[in-house]
Ligand binder design. Structure first.
Ligand code: MN
Length: 185
């Protein structure tokens, strides 16, 4: 069926052109946000203690963590006691992104940018939109990056969605509601 083939081709192209990002709010031992970008079939991941900012003046620490499978972008619920990262997780924001990384004026792939220590991208989420950069400032055992909003039309220092928009974008629940509904029963 030629029609079916066309559909599959279109979907594959869309997935390539529009990789996903997700930001999960995670009430583990310490509350934090996990920022994840789809790169080459996995979710490259950073722990951002304070979550993303809409102010270009605010540099947010982002500590790399292990890659996660793409399916994990959908995960919302409670990681049980005794497991790594025990605590409630909610999908705080999600959407697609466009790679804007350049190196010496040349377009650079995200994977290559990550190896080089700098990527730049446009996020199209529900709460978070606009350009951001992730830049490595320390390598080795204590590798660390900074997540910074670009100074574009979507910058809005007066808005702080980490505080004003705490609920899940997929279920509308708060972390406390997820804990109450899905915690040890
Ligand atoms: Mn986490």
């Amino acid at each position: 069926m030629p029609g079916l083939d066309t559909q599959v081709d279109d979907r594959e192209r869309v997935e390539q052109d529009h990789p996903i990002f997700v930001i999960q709010k995670h009430a583990a031992k310490t509350l934090h946000y996990d920022f994840r970008l789809e790169v080459d079939g996995v979710l490259k991941s950073w722990t951002v203690p304070k979550g993303p900012s809409l102010s270009p003046e605010e540099k947010r620490l982002a500590v790399p963590t292990e890659d996660h499978p793409i399916e994990y972008a959908e995960f919302e619920g409670v990681i049980p006691e005794g497991s790594y990262g025990a605590g409630a997780v909610l999908v705080w924001d999600r959407g697609t992104y466009r790679n804007l990384t350049e190196r010496r004026g040349e377009k650079t792939g995200v994977a290559e940018g990550l190896r080089q220590g700098h990527v730049s991208f446009w996020l199209d989420g529900t709460k978070i939109r606009g350009g951001y950069a992730l830049t490595r400032f320390r390598t080795g055992k204590n590798e660390a990056w900074l997540l910074v909003k670009k100074n574009d039309d979507e910058a809005d220092p007066g808005r702080n969605p980490v505080v004003s928009e705490p609920r899940s974008v997929i279920s509308g629940r708060t972390i406390e509601e997820i804990e109450a509904e899905e915690g040890d029963r």
